[in-house]
Design a protein around this ligand. Sequence first.
Ligand code: HEC
Length: 282
Amino acid sequence: MVRIGAFLVGLFFAGWLLISFLVGAVAYVTEPPQPTVEHEFHKAPRHVSFSFDGPLGKYDQAQLQRGFQVFKEVCSACHSLHYVAFRDLKGIGYNEAEIKAIAKQWAIKTPDVDPKTGEMTTRDPVPADYFPKPFANNVAAAAANNNAIPPDLSLMTKARHHGSAYVYSLLTGFQSQPAELLKKFPDAKTPEGLHYNPYFANLNLAMAPPLTADGQVTYGDGTRSSVDQMSKDVAAFLTWTAEPKLENRRRAGLATIIFLLIATGLAYMSYQNIWADKKKKA
Ligand code: HEC
């Protein structure tokens, strides 16, 4: 009796599964999922090679300094870099005097409290300060940027897939909407105030192309500052801000692998040694 009951319950569930599968399959055929504009026109980041690619890659200090210059002269008007302090710039090769001067001359000042009156004031940043935010708060940031808040860039290259290539592709990827897109998705026209960019997840972002002209930044080291070069340099700089210890991490990883290889060799040799006479007998 119990057996038949269990059999019926099993049969019921198997039938149920089969029917739901059939219903799903019919729906898939009669109403196939609609193609979305993002699905068809979003692009994976472009291929770009950096000195820090691969397990033995290293940062190119001159490139990081150029990228910092692009950040300073262009991006910092809108984006914060809140997890990086001026003194951290030692990591890309500036000395203490240079860092002091960079902090002092920074266009955005550090908020402070007047020690006598308690009123809010601002002062020149010092090396121990984090990079000051360009907007007082998110409301001000959104008001100045077509209702979008420019995100903090400190960890941006970690927050996106293939972050370094992504930042480079985004900066070089602004273009007009392909005619083919508008033909296929007439409703997907880029809204007023947004900018089409196939590397951005939803294809339209509130940032206007920040790097538009060759020579926008004049590099101290004589490198030609094409839009492509500036984009690559600032992408490298933002990789460093997100992972300043990348080289140490890789060195430690390599040392660990070598150690483990040696340890494996030793373990194998002692295994052979311990079992040597037992094996002979067999
Ligand atoms: C005039 C202000 C402005 C400037 C200058 C600017 N940005 Fe932006 N940026 C924005 C805004 C606003 C957004 C948010 C866009 C959105 O969410 O639609 C943004 C978003 C971004 C994003 C995030 C995209 C994502 O996947 O979410 C990156 C990366 C970025 N900017 C990099 C840069 C770099 C690098 C520079 C300097 C070369 C720069 N921006 C200069 C306003 C600016």
